[in-house]
Design a protein around this ligand. Structure first.
Ligand SMILES: [Zn+2]
Length: 128
């Protein structure tokens, strides 16, 4: 199951050394499944886990640019988060999304409402 998930998560990555993608993602899964999502603290499971770029692709064009993939699809820029947070984060950076979460945490109702909206929206990079 983990291997299948690793293969599926690695599909979108563009690495010069193709053979290293899946083992890298598998390693992340081995280490992080059962741990809390770094953003919402919900437990990461095979069902909800997703691969996030800390520094994201900013535009749809960047996502189609192979050089941008080589720059952003690197181990230090990739981490596992829950799918809901990945969607809500969209094309915000790790620092920006953490800032947003800190801000939203000051109002629990607003936090729930905004995160719900964000996690349902599809940003540019999700369109193909
Ligand atoms: Zn999360």
């Amino acid at each position: 199951m983990k291997l299948r998930k690793a293969k599926s998560l690695a599909t979108a990555l563009r690495w010069r050394e193709r053979g290293k993608k899946v083992p890298f993602v598998l390693g992340l899964l081995e280490k992080k499944l059962g741990s809390p999502c770094p953003y919402c603290q919900k437990e990461l499971t095979l069902k909800n886990v997703s691969l996030d770029h800390k520094e994201p692709f900013r535009t749809a064009a960047a996502r189609r640019d192979l050089e941008e993939h080589y720059r952003l699809d690197v181990p230090k820029n990739l981490h596992l988060v829950c799918r809901r947070c990945n969607k809500a984060k969209g094309n915000l950076s790790d620092a920006q999304y953490r800032k947003l979460l800190r801000f939203l945490a000051t109002d629990k109702h607003m936090e729930a409402a905004i995160l719900q909206k964000l996690s349902q929206s599809y940003l540019i990079y999700e369109r193909h």
